[in-house]
Design a protein around this ligand. Structure first.
Ligand code: NAD
Length: 522
């Protein structure tokens, strides 16, 4: 039986909650040009609690035009990095000072447990601080060719960046893109996820208060196939940074192709956590329980496939299942809650359908349905399947909920083959005390990020991103700066101009032409 939190009230509605959300374009809150709206539900009651403006192409056109004006004629791209940095630091300070309110709204809108939403609000502030610092420390390359040339990199913002984000940790993931896009001097149009527009609507006020110039930040709410699609296909948006499902990423890739846009894709995952028999089992169990059930399991880097070496398999499964049953499912606003409510009834249905599929594919050892005491709302008991075969759908497909598949293995080679046996390649977690094995495994596993004897803890300087169907390109640290800037190379001749003379002599200077061609790229 899953333990449940004893919350006194089932649904906590934050005070002063607005009943409508508008777009924010060129410094103004506005409705959609056609007046259309969509319902936003809270995941505990699944009742509509507000109407959000449903943006379409016309709204995206207005937002992109405002962002382009701010880029072409406004001060933001031309400011000293130090001046932009000061504004970014102010944004971070404001976010920090409102972390409790932000967490309350985020938790209400998304169903994330309040304690975890609070951590995500602080991480959002940290993202702004980090890029505020990085942009003033930015160094670029200069190359000297003695007596001949100096070459230097003139790094420039690119223009209007289109930022498209998912619902799982909305505010934090938006900060992840907004921080570097703004730090580098671009202007932006943000299209947040339609399930969770609440926290995104706070950015406008925060940015205004911090002194961000008008038109630099624009927000259009709406559905992916309307507002998102129009942003991807807008000719004045040269960059799209997208986080979401792999299938959506494929579609965006195709839609952006005729425009040859810069794309950064952070996509889905089905990451392995590999537990060798020599691992510290207590820590490995704690970490793998947290690794899949934190953030309601709605976590791209969740270790949702646990591979366990046969010698410790039975013990691991028994202890893991017992601990999973003790995970506290509860109302999102309750600080005792460890797993809250899934974001939306559509997503709840998807996760529950995988729970049913799992029952026909593997051995259910914990959860498997609604937790006791929660007859309504999107609550799913932490669910554990053991003896999962690599062909099973619950081994191969991203569920994005509190559901985990456990599979035994015998040798290092078996573990590696199992770990790599999905279309995804986002993260991998390895639990062993054997140094050589840890590093050899880390270097062979098909994953953009590997944690050895560690949960998902990332220093903001390190690259973030996946391989295979989990993404394209890496963000994080200076890699984000690279994505949001153009590195123009400037070459200056210092000495004599080195080019062979064409068209002056009946006999072309063969040797001179060959020597010049050696230093040219076509
Ligand atoms: P999603 O792909 O359904 O939607 C993401 C965003 O894309 C939303 O804003 C949506 O409106 C928009 N969108 C949808 N169709 C579009 C289209 N045709 N054109 C333009 N925009 C469109 O994803 P989701 O369900 O919101 O989020 C969950 C997914 O995100 C999971 O697969 C998860 O693994 C992934 N994710 C990845 C990372 C990462 O960093 N790799 C981080 C968080 C979440």
């Amino acid at each position: 039986m899953t333990e449940t939190a004893t919350a006194t009230t089932a649904r906590h509605v934050p005070a002063d909650l607005s009943s409508r959300i508008q777009h924010y374009i060129d410094g103004q809150f506005v409705d959609s040009t056609d007046g259309d709206t969509f319902d936003v539900l809270d995941p505990v009651s699944n009742q509509t609690y507000l109407q959000a403006a449903a943006g379409k192409k016309a709204d995206i056109d207005l937002a992109v035009a405002a962002a382009k004006r701010a880029f072409d004629d406004g001060p933001w791209p031309r400011m000293l990095p130090r001046e932009r940095s000061r504004i970014l630091h102010r944004i971070a300070t404001i976010v920090e000072s409102r972390d409790t309110r932000l967490a309350e709204l985020e938790s209400f809108d998304s169903g994330l447990p309040i304690t975890q939403a609070l951590g995500q609000a602080r991480r959002a502030a940290e993202n702004f601080r980090f890029f505020a610092d990085l942009i003033v420390a930015q160094a670029d390359d200069t190359y000297k060719v003695p007596g001949r040339q100096i070459n230097y990199v003139n790094r420039k913002p690119i223009g209007v960046a289109g930022l498209i984000t998912p619902w799982n940790t909305p505010f934090m993931l938006e900060s992840w893109k907004l921080g570097p896009a703004l730090a580098t001097g671009n202007t932006v149009v943000l299209k947040p996820a339609e399930f969770t527009p609440l926290s995104a609507s706070l950015w406008a006020g925060i940015f205004e208060e911090a002194g961000l110039p008008t038109g630099v930040f624009n927000l259009v709410n709406g559905f992916g196939e309307d507002a998102g699609d129009a942003l991807v296909k807008h000719p004045d948006v040269p960059l799209i940074s997208f986080t979401g499902e792999s299938s959506t990423g494929q579609l965006i890739f195709a839609n952006a192709a005729p425009f040859l846009k810069g794309l950064s894709m952070e996509l889905g995952g089905k990451s392995p956590a590999v537990v060798f028999a020599d691992a510290d089992l207590d820590t490995a169990i704690d970490a793998t329980v947290f690794g899949v059930f934190s953030l309601n399991g709605e976590r791209c880097t969740a270790g949702s496939r646990i591979l366990v070496q046969r010698e410790v398999y039975d013990e691991f499964v028994e202890r893991y299942a017992a601990q999973a049953q003790r995970v506290v499912v509860g109302y999102p606003h309750d600080p005792a809650t460890e797993v809250g409510a899934l974001v939306h009834p559509e997503h709840y249905d998807k996760v529950m359908s995988y729970v049913e599929i799992g029952k026909s594919e593997a051995r259910l050892v914990a959860g498997g349905g609604r937790p006791d005491g929660f007859d309504t709302g999107n609550f799913v008991a932490p669910t554990v399947f053991a003896d999962v075969s690599p062909e099973a759908r619950i081994f191969q497909e991203e569920i994005f909920g509190p559901v985990v598949a456990i599979t035994p293995f015998d040798t290092d080679a078996d573990a590696l083959a199992l770990a790599n046996n999905t279309q995804y390649g986002l993260a991998a977690y390895i639990w062993t005390n054997d140094l050589k094995r840890a590093h050899n495994f880390a270097q062979s596993v098909e994953a953009g990020m590997v944690w050895l004897n560690s949960n998902n803890v990332r220093d903001l300087r390190t690259p973030f991103g996946g391989v295979k169907a989990s993404g394209l390109g890496h963000e994080g640290g200076y890699r984000s700066i690279d994505f949001y800037t153009d590195q123009q190379a400037v070459h200056i001749t210092l000495g004599e101009v080195h080019n062979p003379t064409f068209g002056k002599s009946p006999t072309p200077p063969h040797e001179e032409i060959a020597e010049a061609a050696e230093n040219e790229d076509g």
